[in-house]
Design a protein. Structure first.
Lengths: 310, 310
DNA sequence: TCGCGATATACCGAATTTGATATGTGGATT
DNA sequence: AATCCACATATCAAATTCGGTATATCGCGA
């Protein structure tokens, strides 16, 4: 399907969704009602499905319309953010280092490196995001980050990046402290299948790795699953249920400090891991002094603890 | 500034940013080089600032260009996501309940309600996001959520929503267990000002409330601040430093379970809170049966624990 | 049955956009 | 100095977009 839609079309859909009537939406957008009607018809032709159910007193979104309206809204907000940020840049706001990392290296590398950087230069502005690799590399390419610690997405053109191996990331399963499986050792993966799972979105590498490992054992995945990427939600569900949640070892270690936590990591018969991570910067990008210093701290951390984070 | 830019313009900027040369970008977009050059010129005229520094062998992004390219990339990705989701809807994927909550009510209300719902209907698809109120209500309006638990953004038209009071949200300060302030009681806010802070983004209500309270005491905020909204990053920084981090009481309670955690919540002389939360649904929206059931569980949770979450 | 309110369609003209080719300009390299 | 490469500008023609007014259509309520 070819959907070369325009922002004004997004605005129309969002306005109709918000106001419930084409005429009001048209007025808001400073269009005549027939112009709005025709624009809507063109959008629906491009989509190949109605976006609104028509009623004598107005319209309401169809299921497809809800999907479209959500995206339209995000686009409108995105344009607003762009405008704001472009204007803000005119105010000459000082640079900062903007870094991102996937969860394990966020803890294992980024946190100590930032801590060291702040020790040396307490007033630098540091902004850190934790996100999946694809989003991080996308952000890096788009100039949103100065550097990221992430996996290499497929098809990445290595020649355009500076890439430094940072290490592998192991998967552990977190449970509440008094979970039936908590005290056992060398658990097979199949032992987990009968429990509820709190698991990440389908795009997460941890989920891929876990599902692949389950597939190799022949055990079906649990049928009772709650999908969330929020660590908070995971901890909350785990804390008073028999659910299990896969996560990176570093995250698990932080949450389940031995003897001091309401959580525990399961002892598995077989290690699971996800592909290794790298410190990635975009070539040809002017690098702020602060970003250079953060990179230096990351390399120092690797030199010191390389064996620990492998 | 009026920036009525087009997606094709975004694509051009993203392509130049990616390839470094106008001619290659033009080719990728199936344009002639002069057409691309003029399109770029028009974008830069609308922006009022160059997006690229020109060099004999190509162009590279200016600071403004990096901002623009990042947003352009997000728009392009958004359009791709829209296309994918529109197509996916044709595959007839079954409905699910999509809920969102700000952090405190995510724990205090949403988690038990979802747990009850799953007990009654183990195979329903539940998706939960934790996000700020503005984003949640935006998502609700755009059809991204069936219901949310959030604060009421300014200017919200109450007549368009079903709004049910869910309670207030208290702020606590989290520290590591052996923090110098951990054992003290009735701490004044000024006692925290000398420590490092791990704090949320400027738009977060918790940050507003904390900065307002600090302003009332006359104490300046800490000059040594790390900004992150990632709970994981907060916990990591707190776990081996003397930093403090404000967060909702429910989140703090989950992390700092008494006697069992590497963290503790500070005992403050004065309670801080953020404005109350509500269960919010959009009127005129066809509600899935699962969403209705989740709403029922939320109301049941409120009826049972209303005093606890107030 | 009639009137109302809301959307849909027909028709038209004006404006804008689009993108080509041809050519100019500037910096780097040989 | 000549050449090359990459971007910028001029010119032109074609296509598309845009959005108005006028009017038709439909469902609901009185």
């Amino acid at each position: 399907m070819q959907m070369n839609l325009k922002l004004d079309q997004m605005r129309l859909i969002a306005a109709i969704a918000e106001h419930g009537q084409l005429q009001i939406a048209a007025s808001v957008l400073k269009l005549s009602q027939p112009a709005a009607s025709r624009m809507l018809a063109e959008i629906e032709r491009a989509i190949g499905s109605p976006l609104f159910d028509r009623h004598p007193k107005g319209m309401e979104l169809t299921a497809m319309g809800q999907v479209f309206a959500r995206h339209a809204h995000a686009m409108i907000v995105g344009m607003r953010d762009l405008t704001r940020e472009v204007e803000g840049l005119r105010d000459g706001r000082a640079g900062s280092v903007r870094a991102g990392a996937v969860t394990g290296p966020a803890l294992g590398l980024m946190v100590p490196a930032i801590r060291r950087l702040k020790a040396l230069a307490p007033d630098v502005q540091v902004s850190v995001d934790v996100a999946p690799s694809a989003a991080l590399v996308r952000g890096l390419m788009a100039g949103e980050y100065d550097l990221v610690i992430a996996r290499l997405p497929e098809g990445i053109r290595r020649s355009e990046f500076t890439i430094q191996l940072a290490g592998a990331e192991k998967i552990r399963f977190l449970v509440r402290r008094d979970h039936p499986l908590a005290g056992r050792t060398r658990l097979p993966l199949t032992a987990l299948a009968q429990h509820d799972w709190i698991i990440q979105d389908r795009s997460a590498p941890i989920r891929h790795a876990v599902e692949d490992a389950l597939a190799r054992t022949g055990a079906p995945p649990s049928s009772n699953v709650i999908v969330t990427s929020s660590l908070l939600m995971m901890m909350a569900f785990l804390s008073d249920s028999d659910a299990v949640a896969p996560m990176s070892e570093e995250v698990g270690a932080l949450i389940a400090q031995p003897g001091m936590s309401g959580f525990a990591m399961l002892d598995m018969a077989e290690d699971l891991s996800v592909p290794p991570c790298y410190i990635i910067e975009a070539k040809g990008r002017s690098r702020s002094a602060t970003a250079t210093r953060l990179k230096q701290q990351l390399l120092a951390e690797l030199a010191q603890n390389g064996a620990a984070f492998r």
